[in-house]
Design a protein around this ligand. Structure first.
Ligand SMILES: [Zn+2]
Length: 120
């Protein structure tokens, strides 16, 4: 099974992770399994996703709105870019993975994820 491997380091606790995806979405949100910080991955860069950012993205109507919002909150250092590589995936890799992952391919998907999270 050929997948994309996304390597990243949590900007907060510095723990390193690898997650395997069929496709890398342009935007996704996840929680760091170690420190539980909300993280966003946008165009290959990992950032801490603040509540304010999530609230503003809710009002985004287009891709450029999302990008503008992300960049506005881009106060996190930019050194945490990720490496993308194709890798074979093993069963152990899968069962070790406990990241609560939301994949978003469109702005509508992003809004669904955010709205869903707020209802919890
Ligand atoms: Zn962390």
């Amino acid at each position: 099974m050929n997948t994309k491997c996304l390597n990243f380091t949590c900007p907060l606790c510095k723990v390193e992770y690898e997650i395997f995806l069929k496709e890398i979405p342009y935007l996704m949100f996840m929680d760091c399994p170690h420190c539980h910080e909300h993280l966003s991955c946008f165009e290959g860069q990992i950032r801490i996703a603040k509540e304010e950012l999530l609230a503003e993205i809710k009002t985004a109507k287009s891709y450029s709105d999302v990008k503008t919002t992300i960049l506005k909150y881009d106060n996190i250092d930019k050194k945490h870019s990720i490496d993308l590589s194709d890798k074979s995936i093993s069963y152990d890799d899968v069962i070790n993975l406990k990241i609560d992952l939301q994949l978003c391919e469109t702005v509508e998907d992003v809004l669904k994820v955010i709205n869903g999270n707020n209802k919890k």
